[in-house]
Design a protein around this ligand. Sequence first.
Ligand SMILES: [Zn+2]
Length: 84
Amino acid sequence: MYITSGRSNEWIVKNAKTVTKKCFYCNNTGEHYVIGRLIGPALGFIFQPAKTKLGFKKYYLVCPICNKISKELARNELEYLKNN
Ligand SMILES: [Zn+2]
């Protein structure tokens, strides 16, 4: 289980659409939003925002109510949410 927090290796993907779905954890239906996360070592300055660093990135849908990650997004799913 993943719990999102204010950790510096995560950021909210603001240019992606939200997805209305039912949360597996809290059973509420809400607008799940997309976050990105840096996995493993990344190249960049300490105070540089994580999304601009070079490294392996993963994207997830997050419940707006309990803030838990409900789904990992594949690359094509992320592109769909960004482009439609
Ligand atoms: Zn939830």
